[in-house]
Design a protein around this ligand. Structure first.
Ligand code: URA
Length: 193
């Protein structure tokens, strides 16, 4: 990670800007190369992530690693983070004010510094945060969008697919589009309104 990214991580680890800091054990700023071409952005740390300080290390993370492997990607080659860096109590969805505070302090600066070619929001809260309130996982998963010189490939959240074989199959289909983008193939990309 670059020094600037390290500085953002260090600040997130001691952040007290919203209520989520009160019950977290460890903040989870995110990890990956500073020049990653792809950023995966989830909803928020779960129990395992809160214990270890690393994103997507629990069962949803295992599925994410498998999805990456299915298109020949190693998880160390992508940047993985969340829209909020601290675990919401009992895994409740993060609140709008928590997302706004956290994203403007940490996620948006991370995106600016890494400047990925492709952003992959995982699940509806991340999709709405990155693409706007009109979008949801059900309506746009697996479709390619573009905005400000970047591609967006929204996917279902891997936790939703863990116990739903059909959703899991859909995720393995949808992620193939990431390979197309990385290989520089022509894809139909809709503008984000
Ligand atoms: N779910 C998320 O959204 N993020 C993680 O880091 C782990 C599980």
């Amino acid at each position: 990670m670059s020094r600037e990214l390290e500085r953002i991580s260090a600040e997130a680890r001691i952040c007290t800007k919203c209520d989520l800091h009160k019950e977290r054990k460890t903040a989870v700023p995110g990890e990956g190369p500073a020049d990653a071409r792809v950023m995966f952005i989830g909803e928020g740390p779960g129990a395992q992530e809160d214990l270890t300080g690393r994103p997507f290390v629990g069962s949803a993370g295992k599925l994410l690693t498998e999805l990456l492997a299915s298109i020949g990607l190693d998880r160390s080659s992508v940047f993985i983070t969340n829209i909020v860096k601290c675990r919401p109590p009992n895994n409740r969805p993060p609140r709008k004010t928590e997302i706004e505070t956290c994203a403007s302090l940490y996620l948006q600066p991370q995106i600016r510094l890494i400047n990925p070619k492709i952003i992959v929001p995982l699940g509806t809260p991340a999709i709405k945060t990155l693409m706007g309130d009109d979008y949801s996982a059900t309506s746009v998963h697996g479709k390619v969008f573009r905005k400000e010189g970047r591609f967006f490939l929204p996917l279902y959240h891997p936790a939703a697919a863990l116990y739903d074989v059909r959703l899991k199959d859909t995720m393995f289909e949808d992620v193939k589009m990431l390979k197309e983008l990385l290989d520089g193939r022509e894809v139909v990309a809709q503008p984000i309104s």
